[in-house]
Design a protein around this ligand. Structure first.
Ligand SMILES: [Zn+2]
Ligand SMILES: [Zn+2]
Length: 129
C-alpha cells in the first residue's frame, strides 16, 4: 500500500478540486501538469483501485465514464452539449424506491438523467435530435 500513497493522495486532491467530472484522461492530464514523472499506467491503475475501494466514484454517461469525488448527489447529462450537472435529490426518494423493490444490499446508486440543459434549451431547439 505504502508505495502508492503519494499517487493516491494526488489523485484524490486533484479530483476534489474538480467540479466538472473529468474523464480518466482529463484527470491524468491534470495530474501530469504538476507531476511530470508519474506514469499513465500507474495513474489509471490507482484510479481504478480508488473506485473499488469506494473512495471516488464513476459516473457513467452516454459519452463515457467520468469521475467524481463527491458522493452525495446524482447527475444530469445534457445530450446536446455533454455537460454534466449535479442533481441533489431528497434521499427519501431513493429510500422509497429501494423499499418498494426487493433489493436490500445496494452499495451504490448510479443515477444519470439525460436531457437538454437550460442553456441549450434556449437556442435553436429544432436542431435537437
Ligand atoms: Zn446543454
Ligand atoms: Zn457530480
Amino acid at each position: 500500500m505504502e508505495r502508492n500513497t503519494k499517487q493516491r493522495q494526488e489523485i484524490i486532491e486533484t479530483l476534489k478540486a474538480c467540479y466538472d467530472h473529468p474523464t480518466i484522461k482529463e484527470l491524468y492530464d491534470l495530474i501530469k501538469k504538476n507531476h511530470k514523472n508519474i506514469g499513465q499506467a500507474t495513474i489509471y491503475r490507482t484510479i481504478n483501485n480508488l473506485v473499488k475501494e469506494d473512495v471516488i466514484r464513476r459516473v457513467e454517461c452516454p459519452d463515457g465514464i467520468h469521475y467524481d469525488y463527491r458522493k452525495d448527489h446524482y447527475h444530469f447529462y445534457c445530450l446536446k452539449c455533454s455537460k454534466i450537472t449535479d442533481v441533489f435529490l431528497d434521499n427519501k426518494i431513493i429510500d422509497n424506491l429501494l423499499l418498494s423493490s426487493n433489493l436490500n444490499n445496494i452499495k451504490h446508486v448510479n443515477l444519470v438523467f439525460e436531457g437538454i440543459c437550460d442553456s441549450c434549451k434556449g437556442k435553436s431547439s429544432y436542431e435537437i435530435k
